[in-house]
Design a protein around this ligand. Structure first.
Ligand SMILES: NC(=O)c1ccc[n+]([C@@H]2O[C@H](COP(=O)([O-])OP(=O)(O)OC[C@H]3O[C@@H](n4cnc5c(N)ncnc54)[C@H](O)[C@@H]3O)[C@@H](O)[C@H]2O)c1
Length: 278
Protein backbone atom coordinates (compact mmCIF):
# COMPACT_ATOMS: atom_id res chain seq x y z
CA UNK A 1 0.00 0.00 0.00
CA UNK A 2 1.54 3.29 -1.13
CA UNK A 3 -0.16 5.44 1.53
CA UNK A 4 0.06 9.18 2.06
CA UNK A 5 3.11 10.95 0.68
CA UNK A 6 3.51 14.41 2.27
CA UNK A 7 5.56 16.87 0.23
CA UNK A 8 7.41 18.07 3.32
CA UNK A 9 11.16 17.28 3.03
CA UNK A 10 10.68 15.70 -0.42
CA UNK A 11 12.43 16.82 -3.61
CA UNK A 12 10.04 17.79 -6.41
CA UNK A 13 11.10 18.34 -10.01
CA UNK A 14 8.69 20.45 -12.04
CA UNK A 15 9.11 20.80 -15.80
CA UNK A 16 7.65 24.02 -17.14
CA UNK A 17 7.92 25.31 -13.57
CA UNK A 18 8.78 28.89 -14.53
CA UNK A 19 5.22 29.88 -15.50
CA UNK A 20 1.53 29.24 -15.03
CA UNK A 21 0.44 25.97 -13.40
CA UNK A 22 4.02 24.74 -12.92
CA UNK A 23 5.01 27.91 -11.11
CA UNK A 24 1.92 27.76 -8.89
CA UNK A 25 2.92 24.18 -7.97
CA UNK A 26 6.49 25.33 -7.27
CA UNK A 27 5.20 28.03 -4.88
CA UNK A 28 2.91 25.58 -3.10
CA UNK A 29 5.69 23.00 -2.81
CA UNK A 30 8.01 25.57 -1.20
CA UNK A 31 5.25 26.50 1.25
CA UNK A 32 4.87 22.77 1.96
CA UNK A 33 8.54 22.57 2.95
CA UNK A 34 9.71 20.65 -0.14
CA UNK A 35 12.93 21.14 -2.07
CA UNK A 36 12.07 22.30 -5.57
CA UNK A 37 13.76 22.08 -8.96
CA UNK A 38 12.18 24.31 -11.59
CA UNK A 39 13.17 22.91 -15.00
CA UNK A 40 12.35 25.16 -17.92
CA UNK A 41 13.73 26.64 -21.14
CA UNK A 42 14.64 29.85 -19.34
CA UNK A 43 13.99 31.45 -15.97
CA UNK A 44 11.08 33.87 -15.62
CA UNK A 45 11.06 36.88 -13.27
CA UNK A 46 8.83 34.81 -10.94
CA UNK A 47 11.14 31.79 -10.92
CA UNK A 48 14.21 33.99 -10.40
CA UNK A 49 12.54 35.66 -7.39
CA UNK A 50 11.59 32.36 -5.78
CA UNK A 51 15.07 30.91 -6.32
CA UNK A 52 16.63 34.02 -4.78
CA UNK A 53 14.23 33.99 -1.83
CA UNK A 54 14.59 30.30 -0.88
CA UNK A 55 17.67 28.14 -0.27
CA UNK A 56 15.53 25.12 -1.16
CA UNK A 57 14.65 26.12 -4.74
CA UNK A 58 16.88 25.73 -7.81
CA UNK A 59 16.44 26.48 -11.51
CA UNK A 60 17.65 23.94 -14.08
CA UNK A 61 17.75 24.94 -17.75
CA UNK A 62 16.08 22.17 -19.73
CA UNK A 63 14.46 21.62 -23.10
CA UNK A 64 12.07 18.75 -22.37
CA UNK A 65 12.06 17.69 -26.01
CA UNK A 66 15.73 16.65 -25.52
CA UNK A 67 15.99 13.43 -23.55
CA UNK A 68 19.55 14.23 -22.41
CA UNK A 69 18.21 17.44 -20.82
CA UNK A 70 15.52 15.46 -19.00
CA UNK A 71 18.11 13.02 -17.63
CA UNK A 72 20.31 15.98 -16.57
CA UNK A 73 17.57 17.37 -14.32
CA UNK A 74 17.79 14.17 -12.27
CA UNK A 75 21.61 14.37 -11.96
CA UNK A 76 21.17 18.06 -11.10
CA UNK A 77 18.95 17.02 -8.17
CA UNK A 78 21.63 14.62 -6.91
CA UNK A 79 24.26 17.34 -7.24
CA UNK A 80 22.21 20.08 -5.54
CA UNK A 81 20.12 18.15 -2.99
CA UNK A 82 22.05 14.89 -2.63
CA UNK A 83 19.34 12.57 -4.01
CA UNK A 84 17.08 11.90 -6.99
CA UNK A 85 13.67 13.65 -6.88
CA UNK A 86 10.81 12.00 -5.00
CA UNK A 87 8.17 13.69 -7.16
CA UNK A 88 8.35 14.28 -10.92
CA UNK A 89 5.81 16.78 -12.28
CA UNK A 90 5.81 16.40 -16.08
CA UNK A 91 4.06 19.67 -16.67
CA UNK A 92 5.77 21.62 -19.48
CA UNK A 93 3.53 22.01 -22.48
CA UNK A 94 2.86 24.15 -25.50
CA UNK A 95 -0.37 25.26 -27.12
CA UNK A 96 -1.35 24.39 -30.69
CA UNK A 97 -0.67 27.45 -32.84
CA UNK A 98 -0.18 28.21 -36.56
CA UNK A 99 3.47 27.08 -36.15
CA UNK A 100 2.83 23.54 -34.90
CA UNK A 101 -0.80 22.71 -35.63
CA UNK A 102 -2.56 19.80 -37.28
CA UNK A 103 -4.49 22.13 -39.61
CA UNK A 104 -1.73 24.59 -40.61
CA UNK A 105 0.61 21.61 -40.96
CA UNK A 106 3.87 23.59 -40.83
CA UNK A 107 6.08 21.02 -39.05
CA UNK A 108 8.56 19.55 -41.54
CA UNK A 109 9.77 16.20 -40.19
CA UNK A 110 7.75 15.45 -37.10
CA UNK A 111 5.11 17.01 -34.88
CA UNK A 112 7.15 19.20 -32.53
CA UNK A 113 4.12 19.50 -30.21
CA UNK A 114 4.16 15.74 -29.64
CA UNK A 115 7.83 15.86 -28.56
CA UNK A 116 6.92 18.31 -25.79
CA UNK A 117 3.36 17.38 -24.82
CA UNK A 118 3.53 13.60 -25.26
CA UNK A 119 7.07 12.17 -25.54
CA UNK A 120 8.41 14.27 -22.67
CA UNK A 121 5.95 12.96 -20.03
CA UNK A 122 6.44 9.41 -21.30
CA UNK A 123 10.24 9.62 -21.16
CA UNK A 124 10.34 11.49 -17.84
CA UNK A 125 8.10 8.81 -16.32
CA UNK A 126 10.47 6.06 -17.44
CA UNK A 127 13.51 7.99 -16.16
CA UNK A 128 11.70 8.59 -12.86
CA UNK A 129 10.90 4.91 -12.36
CA UNK A 130 14.50 3.92 -13.09
CA UNK A 131 15.91 6.64 -10.81
CA UNK A 132 13.57 5.76 -7.92
CA UNK A 133 14.22 2.02 -8.24
CA UNK A 134 17.96 2.74 -8.30
CA UNK A 135 17.61 4.43 -4.91
CA UNK A 136 15.03 1.91 -3.72
CA UNK A 137 12.60 4.64 -2.75
CA UNK A 138 8.96 5.36 -3.41
CA UNK A 139 7.90 8.28 -5.57
CA UNK A 140 5.18 9.99 -7.54
CA UNK A 141 4.92 11.01 -11.18
CA UNK A 142 2.35 13.77 -11.65
CA UNK A 143 1.48 14.47 -15.28
CA UNK A 144 -0.36 17.61 -16.39
CA UNK A 145 -2.86 16.34 -18.94
CA UNK A 146 -5.98 18.36 -19.79
CA UNK A 147 -9.72 18.14 -20.36
CA UNK A 148 -8.39 17.79 -23.93
CA UNK A 149 -7.11 14.35 -22.86
CA UNK A 150 -10.70 13.17 -22.50
CA UNK A 151 -12.68 15.33 -24.94
CA UNK A 152 -11.96 16.22 -28.55
CA UNK A 153 -11.61 19.77 -29.93
CA UNK A 154 -11.80 20.37 -33.69
CA UNK A 155 -9.36 23.29 -34.05
CA UNK A 156 -6.75 21.87 -31.61
CA UNK A 157 -6.86 18.20 -32.57
CA UNK A 158 -3.11 17.57 -32.18
CA UNK A 159 -3.06 19.00 -28.64
CA UNK A 160 -5.97 16.70 -27.75
CA UNK A 161 -4.26 13.70 -29.35
CA UNK A 162 -1.17 14.35 -27.19
CA UNK A 163 -3.20 14.76 -24.00
CA UNK A 164 -5.24 11.61 -24.76
CA UNK A 165 -1.85 9.89 -25.11
CA UNK A 166 -0.72 10.81 -21.61
CA UNK A 167 -4.03 9.65 -20.16
CA UNK A 168 -3.36 6.27 -21.84
CA UNK A 169 0.08 6.20 -20.22
CA UNK A 170 -1.27 7.04 -16.76
CA UNK A 171 -3.99 4.36 -16.95
CA UNK A 172 -1.54 1.75 -18.27
CA UNK A 173 0.86 2.39 -15.38
CA UNK A 174 -1.68 1.90 -12.58
CA UNK A 175 0.14 -1.23 -11.40
CA UNK A 176 3.48 0.62 -11.16
CA UNK A 177 2.35 1.77 -7.71
CA UNK A 178 2.42 -1.79 -6.34
CA UNK A 179 5.02 -3.27 -8.67
CA UNK A 180 7.62 -0.48 -8.57
CA UNK A 181 6.51 1.80 -5.73
CA UNK A 182 5.88 4.62 -8.20
CA UNK A 183 2.45 6.24 -8.23
CA UNK A 184 1.66 7.71 -11.66
CA UNK A 185 -1.25 10.15 -11.65
CA UNK A 186 -2.56 13.02 -13.76
CA UNK A 187 -4.54 16.23 -13.64
CA UNK A 188 -6.99 17.31 -16.34
CA UNK A 189 -7.67 21.01 -16.00
CA UNK A 190 -10.27 22.94 -17.97
CA UNK A 191 -9.26 26.43 -19.14
CA UNK A 192 -6.73 27.99 -16.77
CA UNK A 193 -5.65 31.63 -16.78
CA UNK A 194 -2.00 31.26 -17.93
CA UNK A 195 0.16 32.51 -20.83
CA UNK A 196 -0.57 29.22 -22.69
CA UNK A 197 -4.32 29.83 -22.60
CA UNK A 198 -3.85 33.42 -23.76
CA UNK A 199 -2.11 32.03 -26.88
CA UNK A 200 -4.97 29.73 -27.83
CA UNK A 201 -7.82 32.08 -27.09
CA UNK A 202 -7.78 33.05 -30.78
CA UNK A 203 -8.48 29.38 -31.63
CA UNK A 204 -11.81 29.65 -29.87
CA UNK A 205 -14.93 30.78 -31.62
CA UNK A 206 -15.44 34.53 -31.66
CA UNK A 207 -19.17 34.03 -31.27
CA UNK A 208 -19.21 31.42 -28.48
CA UNK A 209 -19.28 32.16 -24.78
CA UNK A 210 -15.95 32.86 -23.10
CA UNK A 211 -14.86 29.99 -20.82
CA UNK A 212 -14.85 30.45 -17.06
CA UNK A 213 -11.17 30.42 -16.24
CA UNK A 214 -9.63 28.51 -13.37
CA UNK A 215 -6.68 30.02 -11.52
CA UNK A 216 -3.36 28.12 -11.62
CA UNK A 217 -3.29 28.06 -7.79
CA UNK A 218 -6.49 25.95 -7.71
CA UNK A 219 -4.94 23.40 -10.09
CA UNK A 220 -1.73 23.33 -8.05
CA UNK A 221 -3.80 22.62 -4.92
CA UNK A 222 -5.43 19.61 -6.59
CA UNK A 223 -2.03 18.40 -7.83
CA UNK A 224 -0.73 18.53 -4.27
CA UNK A 225 -3.69 16.42 -3.10
CA UNK A 226 -3.10 13.89 -5.87
CA UNK A 227 0.55 13.61 -4.90
CA UNK A 228 0.01 13.50 -1.15
CA UNK A 229 -3.19 11.56 -0.52
CA UNK A 230 -3.00 7.77 -0.52
CA UNK A 231 -6.66 7.54 -1.50
CA UNK A 232 -5.64 8.78 -4.96
CA UNK A 233 -4.11 5.65 -6.43
CA UNK A 234 -1.71 5.19 -9.33
CA UNK A 235 -3.50 5.20 -12.68
CA UNK A 236 -5.96 7.91 -11.65
CA UNK A 237 -6.54 11.32 -13.16
CA UNK A 238 -8.58 14.13 -11.65
CA UNK A 239 -10.68 16.49 -13.76
CA UNK A 240 -10.93 20.11 -12.61
CA UNK A 241 -13.07 21.81 -15.21
CA UNK A 242 -14.55 24.79 -13.35
CA UNK A 243 -13.68 26.61 -10.15
CA UNK A 244 -14.58 24.39 -7.19
CA UNK A 245 -15.14 21.29 -9.35
CA UNK A 246 -13.17 18.04 -8.99
CA UNK A 247 -13.88 14.45 -10.10
CA UNK A 248 -11.98 11.27 -10.88
CA UNK A 249 -12.03 11.13 -14.70
CA UNK A 250 -9.69 8.19 -15.31
CA UNK A 251 -8.87 5.11 -13.28
CA UNK A 252 -6.53 2.48 -14.67
CA UNK A 253 -7.10 -0.01 -11.85
CA UNK A 254 -9.48 -2.07 -13.96
CA UNK A 255 -8.90 -2.55 -17.67
CA UNK A 256 -11.16 -4.42 -20.09
CA UNK A 257 -8.11 -4.78 -22.34
CA UNK A 258 -6.06 -6.44 -19.59
CA UNK A 259 -9.00 -8.76 -18.89
CA UNK A 260 -9.03 -9.77 -22.59
CA UNK A 261 -5.26 -9.91 -23.05
CA UNK A 262 -3.53 -10.42 -19.67
CA UNK A 263 -0.22 -8.49 -19.64
CA UNK A 264 3.16 -10.17 -19.25
CA UNK A 265 3.68 -8.93 -15.68
CA UNK A 266 6.56 -11.35 -15.07
CA UNK A 267 8.67 -9.80 -17.86
CA UNK A 268 8.18 -6.33 -16.41
CA UNK A 269 8.87 -7.62 -12.88
CA UNK A 270 12.20 -9.04 -14.07
CA UNK A 271 13.17 -5.64 -15.50
CA UNK A 272 12.10 -3.87 -12.33
CA UNK A 273 14.20 -6.31 -10.30
CA UNK A 274 17.30 -5.53 -12.37
CA UNK A 275 16.80 -1.78 -11.86
CA UNK A 276 16.03 -1.94 -8.13
CA UNK A 277 18.99 -1.40 -5.83
CA UNK A 278 18.99 -3.82 -2.90
N1 LIG B 1 -3.74 26.83 -19.31
C1 LIG B 1 -4.68 25.93 -19.57
O1 LIG B 1 -5.84 26.28 -19.85
C2 LIG B 1 -4.36 24.47 -19.48
C3 LIG B 1 -5.43 23.57 -19.41
C4 LIG B 1 -5.15 22.20 -19.35
C5 LIG B 1 -3.85 21.76 -19.32
N2 LIG B 1 -2.83 22.68 -19.40
C6 LIG B 1 -1.46 22.13 -19.37
O2 LIG B 1 -0.79 22.68 -18.26
C7 LIG B 1 0.62 22.62 -18.49
C8 LIG B 1 1.22 23.95 -18.09
O3 LIG B 1 0.71 24.95 -18.95
P1 LIG B 1 0.38 26.43 -18.48
O4 LIG B 1 -1.03 26.69 -18.86
O5 LIG B 1 0.82 26.64 -17.10
O6 LIG B 1 1.24 27.24 -19.55
P2 LIG B 1 2.47 28.25 -19.41
O7 LIG B 1 2.76 28.67 -20.80
O8 LIG B 1 2.20 29.28 -18.37
O9 LIG B 1 3.64 27.31 -18.85
C9 LIG B 1 4.24 26.32 -19.65
C10 LIG B 1 5.72 26.26 -19.31
O10 LIG B 1 6.29 25.20 -20.08
C11 LIG B 1 7.56 25.66 -20.55
N3 LIG B 1 7.98 24.93 -21.73
C12 LIG B 1 7.42 24.93 -22.97
N4 LIG B 1 8.17 24.20 -23.81
C13 LIG B 1 9.21 23.73 -23.10
C14 LIG B 1 10.33 22.91 -23.42
N5 LIG B 1 10.55 22.45 -24.65
N6 LIG B 1 11.20 22.61 -22.42
C15 LIG B 1 11.01 23.08 -21.16
N7 LIG B 1 9.98 23.86 -20.81
C16 LIG B 1 9.10 24.18 -21.78
C17 LIG B 1 7.33 27.14 -20.86
O11 LIG B 1 8.58 27.84 -20.94
C18 LIG B 1 6.46 27.56 -19.69
O12 LIG B 1 7.24 28.00 -18.59
C19 LIG B 1 0.78 22.25 -19.97
O13 LIG B 1 1.12 20.88 -20.06
C20 LIG B 1 -0.59 22.51 -20.55
O14 LIG B 1 -0.83 21.72 -21.68
C21 LIG B 1 -3.05 24.00 -19.45
Amino acid sequence: MFGDFPLSDKIILITGGASGIGFALAKLAVESNAKVIIADLKPSPDSTSIVEAHETVRFSRCDVSKWADLASTISFSVQEFGDVPDVYAANAGVPETERNSFWDDNDEERYSLLDINLSHPIKLTRLAIRALLGKNKKGVVMITASIGGLEGHFSTALYCAAKHGVIGLIKSLAAAEDEAGVKVVGICPGPVRTPLMATVENKLSRTGEKPTFLEPEEIAGRMKELIELGRYRGGMALGVYRPGHVEVVADGSTSALEAMCPPDVMAVRRLIATERSI
